[in-house]
Design a protein around this ligand. Structure first.
Ligand SMILES: Cc1cc2nc3c(=O)[nH]c(=O)nc-3n(C[C@H](O)[C@H](O)[C@H](O)COP(=O)(O)OP(=O)(O)OC[C@H]3O[C@@H](n4cnc5c(N)ncnc54)[C@H](O)[C@@H]3O)c2cc1C
Length: 386
């Protein structure tokens, strides 16, 4: 039987696969995009949706900045839920304050727009934040947020409308990939087989379906994160990406560019929180609910089961207590809690070319909503030698 042959098959309907498809389409390629689930439910829909290049280092900062442009340009054509409310890293003690000043000096040297805000300015914008918490904040007005639960499906709809060369198949699991001298064949569930010039696999944290043996010793880890979401609280206003003291003590950019980072002490009340990888971020969704997170537990990429399926109540209690130190929020205002997972690698991403037709790109870690759009652009250029 004669099969239709595509220029490119992208496996994985999350943000990383979708932006690989997007950049291939803008380069004029015909793309088949495969997602195993009825619609994506991986990392890309379980996160905060904070688009925060300010937290990233090196090339990843540049991919994030490029990502801001890409998100905005798509949003101008089609509503993919992008909002520009800025990012606010709120320091709560002298050491965190020192660090945000050092990050400001770094971004001065790069010319990346930012401002240092006093406690009064913080409380004018966020009266909800308790008077006892903030010292100062570093603010990035150009940064964005998206609504993770809706964004990826809207992006798929946009691609279908904009490009007649885009073909999306949900509920289609790629089970085998094999290349010959002239093409690559992808075999899927439902006995479907597809052919293309190339395949890019953006499988997120699913390591058991394709090239399982490659992932055994790859150094990939899976992180499990717990998240909380309040009921809609329209009287509580918290516009923007709110990142707090523990985030200042955790994100890459602070570690990479702030000379005092390594000599920071750990206040006693942070010790148990740090044990569970907790840092507190807030994002108010469009329905008025407040998303609060997150914690981090780790397992090897192929040992996903070890992370367990339960929500640890101790972790939720610790997160809520720390959140309540920052804004008044109580247990009876919480509506849901969930676990999200992502794959990460010490080299920031896994780029493995099985041969010159099959390319694996995964393990973007905790920065995929920020950096995927920009990273995928250079990844496509590299794969196609543009
Ligand atoms: C709780 C949480 C909070 C986060 N907050 C932020 C944030 O605020 N900002 C930020 O920048 N990043 C954030 N992240 C990180 C971000 O969500 C991830 O980096 C990003 O979503 C990873 O995208 P992905 O496409 O690689 O993976 P995924 O979204 O998991 O997508 C992979 C897709 O591939 C599909 N797939 C796998 N194998 C196959 C196969 N064989 N055939 C067909 N389909 C297949 C899966 O079903 C899945 O849909 C957060 C992550 C979590 C979990």
């Amino acid at each position: 039987m004669q099969h239709k042959k595509y220029d490119l098959i992208v496996v994985g309907g999350g943000i990383l696969g979708t932006f690989h498809a997007y950049h291939a389409l803008t380069n004029g390629l015909e793309v088949l995009h495969l997602e195993k689930d009825n619609f994506p439910v991986g990392s890309t829909v379980r996160n905060f949706g904070q688009v925060v290049p300010s937290g990233m280092e090196g090339d990843w900062f540049s991919y994030g900045v490029r990502g801001l442009e890409i998100y905005q340009s798509i949003q101008q054509e089609f509503d993919i839920s992008v909002r520009q409310n800025g990012s606010f890293y709120i320091a709560s003690d002298d050491e965190e304050t020192q660090i945000i000043h050092e990050l400001a000096a770094h971004y001065d040297s790069l010319g990346y727009d930012h401002a240092l805000w006093s406690k009064t300015q913080i409380r004018e914008r966020f009266p909800l934040i308790r008077d006892t918490y903030p010292t100062e904040a570093i603010v990035f007005p150009q940064e964005l947020s998206v609504e993770p639960e809706n964004m990826i499906r809207r992006l798929h709809t946009y691609l279908k409308q904009r490009f007649s060369t885009y073909h999306l198949e949900y509920n289609c699991t790629a089970l085998h990939c094999e290349s010959t001298s002239s093409h690559v064949t992808v075999s899927c569930t439902n006995q479907q087989r597809f052919e293309a010039e190339k395949v890019i696999i953006c499988n997120g944290y699913e390591f058991k379906l394709l090239f399982r043996e490659l992932f055994e010793d790859s150094g990939l880890e899976i992180s499990k994160l717990q998240m909380l979401r309040s009921k809609p609280l329209p009287d509580m206003k918290l516009p923007g990406n709110i990142l707090t003291g523990l985030t200042i003590r955790r994100y890459e950019s602070f570690e990479a560019y702030c000379p005092s980072f390594r000599s920071m002490t750990i206040p006693a009340h942070y010790e148990e929180l740090k044990k569970w990888g907790i840092h507190i971020l807030f994002k108010q969704a469009v329905d008025g609910s407040i998303i609060i997170g997150d914690s981090h537990e780790y397992a090897l990429g192929t040992q996903f089961e070890e992370l367990g399926f339960s929500i640890n109540d101790h972790i939720n209690k610790l997160m809520l207590e720390e959140a309540n130190r920052i804004i008044p929020i109580q247990h009876d205002q919480i509506a849901t809690s969930w676990a999200g997972f992502y794959a990460q690698h010490k080299n920031h991403i896994v780029e493995h070319d099985v041969d010159d037709r099959i390319h694996i790109r995964t393990g973007i870690g905790g920065k995929g909503m920020t950096a995927s759009a920009g990273y995928a652009e250079q990844s496509i250029n590299k794969i196609y030698n543009n």
